[in-house]
Ligand binder design. Sequence first.
Ligand code: DGL
Length: 266
Amino acid sequence: MKTVGVFDSGVGGLSVLRALLAELPGVRFVYVADSAYAPYGERTVAEITDRSERITAWLCRIHQIDALVVACNTATALAIDSLRAAHPDLPIVGVEPALKPAAATSHTRHIGVLATRGTLNSERFARLRTQLESTASSPVHFICQPCDGLADAIERSDLQTQQALCEHYVQALRDEAPGDMDTVVLGCTHYPFAAGVLAQLLGPDVVLVDTGVAVARRTRDVLNLSAPTSTKSTTPMLFSTGDPAALALAAHRWLGLQTHAEKLVA
Ligand code: DGL
């Protein structure tokens, strides 16, 4: 049985784990929420690289993982190159805001992007955006909105702050958009857990796009698994550098998992 390590700054990567469990039954998953250091979105490159490296080293040492999924847009944007350099034999799958699928399907060509400040300010994101703006079949316009505080509010299950921040950031997107947006990219793995609020604010004509399923398919490819090896998902192992009970609760609430989480010091 293959073992895949998955990590995020906190509970957000559970949105990716959900897709991985559906796509890869028969694979063992070890999930790490780095909640003691969340949110990553407003941290420095050096801090995020250090945290990503410590967690990856622990996953390799203790769980002998066959592949790693960086279930965090911010850590992918800022640390995946150094992780790949440090672990050349480990297949590593990252998460990037779904600009490409959004550009492929948007009719109005005005696409909102909600992500952390760290992701939006990264060189990796700038490259992706420029490349799509210059190669898309017809001109496309991305309206990028950093959402300070939103991942943190989701992390803390603070529904009131989530609602207020979503209202604020949706309004900011509308103020900036030069035309009607028909697509909004959820460029942080925490945001699918606020999708209900965002969908209500944006209305039925706007499609929300995230990357969970695409990442799960890519993970299947790197593991060389062509067909499900079993029909029943295995229960993932959950670890948190913060409060394990909060992680177990989030996994129960959002993924229906009945399992405990353990404390990790890394
Ligand atoms: N969930 C992460 C992301 O996809 C990080 C959010 C945060 O910790 O700021 O970017």
